[in-house]
Design a protein around this ligand. Structure first.
Ligand SMILES: Nc1ncnc2c1ncn2[C@@H]1O[C@H](COP(=O)(O)OP(=O)(O)OP(=O)(O)O)[C@@H](O)[C@H]1O
Ligand SMILES: N[C@@H](CCO)C(=O)O
Length: 321
């Protein structure tokens, strides 16, 4: 479940008087997602998504997230569009939490990733990177190298509860990445959490991207590295080079990678593995007993990290210079 804040009927009715989107017909909590409270809002004018932003989202970051979604939509990328109230503002407050209404996006996220999904994702990712180039707001990635250290420290060695020796592996990998992390690769706005549950398809066509609440300025190729991790491994942890090749080729048809970006992919992929390994580990060891939200498996990302550590050349990702 991801409805942390319940919205009483009279509050939503009152809230909608701030908008021109008709009267409420129903408000249904959405079970998926872990960060925020999401509702499907059905009004006399159609369907919308109502989101109440919970603790992990900084209120000061919301103009960046909502502005980025609007910017992408203005530039032809299919994603939820923030709905402005009668006062022209899309960021509001409901039940004591920051809140926004966005348009409803048709489509389903793929339960089983097929090669064609990876191809479609590569193309859309590159289009988003180009579209983001003239977005004026800035948000540094709070979960880049410095942020990883904060999460690592916050885990207080509790990795041992999950796997003996994990703390040592994490410390060593962090030290390696801190020294080797590239500093001069092309940067831009990235989504930073483009996992399969955030990418909708209708049949074989990508219908849109959702959940922009980790979006930030960072190395563009780091997004590819995140997606190699999230989309190109099979259930048995084997790397699917066909999926990677399709994703990287489709990306490059829209935004060709520079030589430095290609050469950096193994390091970027290690960083991406460590980032999700750490946040998953933190959630795992701090998971309240009996909570509805099931934490995601950190060890899946340890296995992915091991693959990237073993990579000998970029041809292991199905790409050549
Ligand atoms: N604009 C939208 N149109 C249609 N459905 C949406 C939209 N936004 C969210 N949803 C639905 O709500 C679910 C949760 O949304 P979202 O992924 O943004 O939540 P979250 O709490 O930020 O979760 P997480 O960060 O864990 O993915 C999605 O899986 C989808 O079913
Ligand atoms: N996509 C993240 C969780 C939510 O942002 C993960 O799989 O760890």
């Amino acid at each position: 479940m991801a409805v942390y804040t319940e919205v009483p009927d009279d509050e939503v009715e009152n809230f909608l008087t701030e908008y021109d989107i008709g009267d409420v017909l129903s408000l249904k909590g959405i079970a998926e997602g872990v960060e925020n409270s999401n509702y499907i809002l059905h009004t006399t004018m159609g369907h919308y998504i109502l989101t109440l932003y919970e603790k992990r989202v900084e209120k000061a970051d919301l103009p960046f997230f909502l502005g980025y979604m609007q910017h992408l939509a203005n530039n032809g990328i299919s994603c939820p569009v923030p709905v402005a109230g009668k006062d022209g503002q899309s960021l509001k407050e409901l039940c004591g939490r920051p809140a926004a209404i966005t348009t409803f996006l048709d489509g389903m996220w793929p339960r089983r990733i097929q090669p064609f999904h990876c191809r479609a994702l590569g193309k859309t990712m590159a289009e988003m990177h180009l579209a983001g180039q003239d977005f004026s707001l800035q948000r540094p990635n709070a979960l880049s190298v410095k942020g990883w250290k904060e999460v690592l420290d916050a885990c207080e060695g509790k990795g041992e509860q999950v796997k003996t020796g994990l703390t040592d592996i994490l410390n060593k990998e962090y030290e390696f990445l801190e020294t080797e992390w590239p500093t001069s690769l092309p940067q831009g706005v990235i989504h930073a959490d483009m996992f399969q549950d955030n990418v909708f398809f209708i049949h074989e066509k990508l219908s849109g991207i959702i959940d922009f609440y980790f979006a930030c300025n960072d190395i563009l190729a780091y997004e590819l590295a995140i997606c190699l991790n999230a989309w190109c491994f099979e259930q048995d942890n084997s790397f699917n080079i066909t999926k990677a090749q399709l994703m990287l080729r489709a990306y490059q048809e829209v935004r060709p990678l520079e030589e430095d970006e290609i050469n950096a992919l193994p390091i970027l992929a290690r960083g991406a593995s460590l980032r999700f390994l750490l946040t998953r580990l933190y959630d795992w060891v701090n998971h309240p007993e009996g909570a509805f939200v099931k934490p995601k498996d950190p060890i899946e990302y340890l296995n992915k990290l091991k693959f990237h550590q073993s990579v000998k050349s970029i041809s292991d990702y199905g790409i050549t210079l």
